[in-house]
Design a protein. Structure first.
Length: 282
């Protein structure tokens, strides 16, 4: 039995998503280091300087549609790079102002303020109104879904309660959730952590795992959402691995390569997976 129906009888959906955080996470989480540590900031500047152009070239080579979740900080401080992303035809989604995890903000009023500010940056600088949101740090509060729906968002993508789309009920209507997984996030494998020797994984092992996960998701009619960060996956050997992943997925028949907005619209149109409920304390 087909677990989830995809357009034109596709076996599964594939979305490549990118979070070009640039220096934003350092500025928010470690403001002293951001103001005094050149090494911390330069590591993150690899993202817009080198990582983003490399990923854009790879996606263009294989005609891969993609969704990019961009903090307001990146839009303001690396405007031309972000406009190059926009010009390539990618979907743009919201990702905080300065990569603020919602659980670290001071309640729903501050969450609402940050949402409004980032939407204003998108409109003022890029002339667009994003319909998708990815919470920085994969962090949501119990207030976040309602605030997103109140602000006009169609979907969110960072919860991990399934591997096909589902709905989160809010007082303002249903918010589509397109789930992700730490397994398909480059950060746990590629991020450098001071004091943790040899914790970074070699691309061959990581890409093999991602291909194996795709094979399983293909059998399960899943929604395979890859999540990459240009300052990590944009490194040369990892880019070669990412290309190998794309080529491996392309070898499977009947795959729907798409964006997260299109997945969300499909979920709204077809109303599937309605047995999933998300309890939210009042």
């Amino acid at each position: 039995m087909t677990r989830y129906r995809w357009p034109n009888g596709a076996q599964c959906a594939v979305v490549f998503s990118v979070d070009p955080d640039a220096e934003s996470g350092t500025v928010f989480n470690k403001p002293h280091e951001a103001a005094t540590r050149l090494d911390e900031m330069e590591e993150r500047r690899f993202d817009p300087r080198t990582g983003v152009p490399r990923i854009l070239r790879l996606f263009e080579k294989y005609a891969v549609p993609s969704t990019w979740f961009i903090p307001g900080y990146t839009i303001v401080h690396h405007t031309e790079v972000v406009k190059a992303i926009q010009a390539s035809g990618c979907e743009l989604g919201a990702h905080g102002n300065v990569h603020e995890p919602p659980h670290l903000l001071d309640g729903p009023d501050e969450e609402r303020r940050v949402l409004a500010e980032q939407l204003a940056i998108f409109q003022d600088v890029l002339g667009v109104r994003p319909l998708g949101y990815r919470a920085p740090g994969a962090s949501l509060t119990v207030h976040t879904p309602a605030l997103l729906k109140e602000a006009g968002f169609l979907y969110h993508s960072n919860l991990m309660g399934d591997d096909i789309p589902y709905f989160v009920d809010t007082p303002h209507g249903q918010l589509v959730e397109i789930p992700t997984s730490w397994l398909l996030n480059d950060a746990p494998f590629y991020r450098h952590v001071y004091g943790a020797a040899n914790q970074m994984a070699e691309p061959d092992r990581v890409i093999g795992q991602w291909i194996q996960e795709f094979d399983g998701m293909y059998q399960e009619n899943g929604c395979y959402v890859m999540l990459t960060h240009p300052h990590m996956s944009g490194r040369a050997s990892r880019m070669a691995g990412l290309e190998r992943l794309i080529r491996a997925i392309r070898s499977y028949p009947n795959v729907w390569w798409t964006t997260l907005e299109q997945v969300a619209r499909w979920q709204i149109e077809t109303q599937q997976n309605l047995g999933v409920t998300v309890p939210i304390p009042s």
